[in-house]
Design a protein around this ligand. Structure first.
Ligand code: THU
Length: 132
């Protein structure tokens, strides 16, 4: 699975995004060490604060299915490149330092960052534990 292919899966999720308030549609596709893919979309809520980002949707799906060894996540958006929000950065940092985050404006223009580039010196309740 290439970064471009993972990004294209994230793009394919955009129609499932539930974003009636912001109309900012986001799709995510997460790749595990075993080569499994878990997808996600942002799911907004009338309370606004209850909104869940596409990245966290994908992570919650993966973790709840027993997949903790996450290698990469691609994020696509219908309004241009979407870099993960601060809450998602902290959420994803829980599961390792080496996670690769693929973003872009389209599948021909992607960028890759590691989670520690996006969140230097992140918080861990148990230093040294990474998703275990
Ligand atoms: N959003 C995501 O799903 N992921 C991002 O990386 C950025 C923001 C969502 C949350 C909300 O539904 C909408 O985009 C606007 O913030």
């Amino acid at each position: 699975m290439t970064d471009k292919e993972l990004y294209q899966i994230a793009e394919s999720m955009l129609p499932r995004s539930y974003a009636p308030f912001s109309e900012f549609h986001v799709g995510a596709a997460l790749l595990t060490a075993k080569g499994e893919v878990y997808t996600g979309v942002n799911v907004e809520n009338s309370s606004l604060g209850g909104t869940i980002c596409a990245e966290r949707t994908a992570f919650v799906k993966a973790i709840s299915e027993g997949a903790t060894d996450v290698k990469a996540i691609a994020v696509a958006c219908d309004k241009g490149e979407a870099l993960p929000c601060g809450i998602c950065r902290q959420f994803m940092y829980e599961f390792g330092d080496d996670l690769r985050i693929i973003t872009g404006t389209d599948s021909e223009h992607i960028r890759v960052h590691t989670i520690t580039e996006l969140l230097p010196l992140g918080f861990r309740l148990r230093p040294g534990h990474k998703g275990d």
